[in-house]
Ligand binder design. Sequence first.
Ligand code: ZN
Ligand code: ZN
Length: 423
Amino acid sequence: MSPLTQALAAADPALMSELEALYKDLHQHPELSMQEVRTARIVADAMDKLGYEVTREVGVTGVVCVLKNGAGPTVMLRADMDGLPMAENTGLPYASTVKARDTDGTEVGVAHSCGHDMHVTWLLGAACILAANRAAWQGTLLIVFQPGEETAEGAAAMVKDWDEKGQGRFPKPDIILGQHVMVGAAGTVSYRPGVTLSAGDSLKITLFGRGSHGSQPQTSIDPVIMAAATTLRLQTIVSREIAPTEPAVLTIGSLQAGTKENIIPDDATIKLNMRTFSEDTREYMLKSIRRICCAECDASGAERPPEFTTINSYPLTENDLVATQKVAKAFHQQFGDKSLLAGSPASASEDFSIFGRSWGVPYVFWFVGGTSPEVYAKAVQDKTVNKIPSNHSPQFAPKIHPTLETGLQAMLSAAGAWLCPGA
Ligand code: ZN
Ligand code: ZN
């Protein structure tokens, strides 16, 4: 065990109940991406009290906290804070009933259906233990609460603010660590060297036709036909152009045109999302999407080429190999056979790696199981793991114990691999 997880085990039991209360409070008060004002205030006030140098409003609502504790590496620990624009349907006594206005003014339910409330609680708990046990470690801590992960805005906004206001405003980290709760037996952690999460790209594509009366199609250039043909042809990128051994996803989640059955509309919009696991495949698919959309518009005789807008873009999360080995060693010491090596990367995306990529700093991102171990074991036996409500499901909510304890232990043991070198 790391001296830091020993300190956690020896901590006042009141800490765990305080963290559980904090978690439930955050869960009941989720905030949309880049609007995490309340959450940021709660963490910044708490970090202030713990003795960290706290800087608020870094990249809109981000919070950066520094604690210098002698010579040693600078370790950055990061948690994301935002909820999702969806109604919660867990039936839990502490379920969210919050409603808020989305960026386009629509009223939406808001829920912590990705578990970022757990991430904030883990990080604040780890920060407590680190601040209270300074004799157990040496170095500099950089604790970062990030806004807007769900819209891929937050990490980029923080890095921009950080860099624009001058290098040296905060110490440059030697290693960046982050974790995510996901489906898996609570009490376990899983990690993977190299690519651990897919890149994610979302595009809006507008196809321009020429509207007309539905009874006179000969006077139109029909964008509905154009969009339908494009939708089908885009599916051939993964099925016909990418090798079967190379995983890739292309999903068209929105296809819209027209208002009435007898009006041929002027245009149609396609919104798509793709996931890739290598930079080469990502670039190839982005080019193919453009080629197919332009060719289908040409085939329809469109007078104007299609327009492409990036909705969001998440880079690959590619864990540093040497740093992952260090984390893996710490996890094996801490968790024994509950520390799992993931067999394949996950088809989900994160903006966590933007910090490391922007500064050329190695990073490691891992996962903490949040499903009741009994439920998970039965699902594995019944081959129904895919039916367990996952992140972004209205039924998603981690089992608080032991997920809370495991995430704390994981963060502290991983940080200890850098901060407690003699251990
Ligand atoms: Zn999410
Ligand atoms: Zn998430």
